[in-house]
Design a protein around this ligand. Structure first.
Ligand code: NAD
Length: 366
């Protein structure tokens, strides 16, 4: 009886969460022998099959994992729409410490669950996933992208994500400073991972004054040594004055604490769901006079790369040409803010949702 009540309660709040965010479907995957516990959240499939990476994380509790899956999958809908690709939004999270539980069997079992959705969800890499893991998933399902180039796939999406973030950052510099040059600009990159590393390469090439931070000192120092950069300890990130703050670790770093401490002109980074509270912190960022380049608007380079793999028409030049358009789209969003006295987040959401609505209506007419 207690158990049933508990399930009923959970379901009730889950359905209201789905209704709030307009989610189509959530799939819970459980497998005792491998220890797999995963959630596949499908937000919207109007533009095409839902597409978004799989993240593995040692969540403190299951609710955090559900919340993450819901937020991330909605973000994918917006990202895929504004990137101009014909994919809907979905995302998977696997609960657990990757260093402890990730192995071939678990990834293949996960692949079987992805397969059971018959192409309604296509997966790819996200945090704590590698192209090797996608190879395992691919052993059980064709519904996977981001495979190694040696297997005919599009390879690591991170360089393309970094290039898009770089384009978005340059557009933000153009708006804030009147020039898109990043030469001499103090830029703090938080997260010395795949994207952070490639982004620093691009920024260093343009002679920006880059600072790097990571919770793992060895990761920060390997990038710092390559380009002779200053390392900022994680607890000093928000106390360090900078012109551009680039969150490239995990989401929700634009929060009350950060906004109270942070002294910067621009926020432009790769992390998904940077605003802790999408409405409140969006307004607070604006009030502080910080120019925010919305995450889903500028971090779509990687999904564009895997989308062309899915389409079967992938080549680097085509991806780079598409990703470069992030510069113009970002400027268009800033222009809308000026014209309509709104925030970049609100303007970008409007643009993404308008495309879904328009294409949805077009499909109905067919
Ligand atoms: P990654 O796991 O390679 O790197 C993340 C890095 O952040 C790690 O080095 C980690 O140690 C560090 N980190 C975690 N918490 C931190 C903290 N509090 N302070 C400083 N560093 C911290 O991941 P990635 O592929 O580089 O992706 C980075 C972010 O960009 C993620 O939020 C991801 O969802 C997002 N993103 C990535 C891609 C892609 O193509 N890889 C595409 C779109 C969005």
């Amino acid at each position: 009886m207690i158990a049933t009540e508990h399930i009923d309660k959970t379901n009730e709040s889950l359905f209201s969460s789905m209704a709030d965010t307009n989610h189509e479907q959530i799939v819970f995957c459980h497998d005792e022998p491998t220890g797999l516990k995963a959630i596949i959240a499908i937000h919207n499939t109007v533009l095409g099959p839902s597409m978004g990476g799989t993240r593995m994380w040692h969540y403190t509790n299951e609710q955090d994992a559900i919340t993450d899956a819901l937020r991330l999958s909605r973000g994918m809908t917006l990202k895929n729409s504004i990137a101009g690709i014909n994919a809907g939004g979905g995302k998977a999270v696997i609960i657990g410490d990757a260093s402890q539980i990730k192995n071939e069997t678990l990834m293949r079992r996960f692949g079987q669950f992805v397969n059971s959705l018959n192409g309604k969800y296509y997966t790819a890499e996200d945090v704590n996933m590698t192209t090797r893991d996608m190879e395992y998933v691919h052993m059980e399902t064709p519904y996977v992208t981001g495979l190694p180039e040696s297997m005919g796939g599009a390879g690591d999406p991170s360089p393309y994500t970094a290039f898009g973030v770089y384009m978005g950052m340059k557009a933000a510099a153009k708006k804030a400073y009147g020039s898109d040059s990043l030469t001499g600009k103090r830029i703090l990159v938080q997260g010395a991972g795949n994207v952070g590393g490639y982004l620093v390469d691009l920024l260093a090439k343009e002679a920006a004054v880059v600072m790097i931070s990571d919770i793992f000192e060895n990761k920060a120092s390997s990038i710092a040594q390559k380009h002779n950069l200053e390392i900022i300890p994680p607890d000093k990130v928000y106390k360090t004055p900078t012109e551009i703050y680039s969150p490239c670790a995990l989401g929700a770093t634009i929060n009350d604490e950060m906004l109270h401490l942070m002294d910067c002109d621009i926020i432009a980074g790769a992390a998904n769901n940077q605003l802790h509270d999408e409405i409140h912190h969006d307004q607070e960022v604006s009030k502080k006079g910080i120019l925010y380049a919305p995450d889903f608007l500028i971090n779509g380079g990687g999904i564009t790369n895997v989308y062309y793999e899915y389409e079967g028409n992938h080549n680097k030049e085509r991806v780079l040409a598409q990703v470069e358009k992030i510069y113009d789209t970002t400027l268009k969003v800033f222009k809308t803010c000026e014209d309509e006295n709104t925030t970049p987040q609100a303007a970008a959401i409007h643009l993404a949702e308008k495309r879904i609505k328009d294409i949805g209506n077009l499909k109905l007419r067919n």
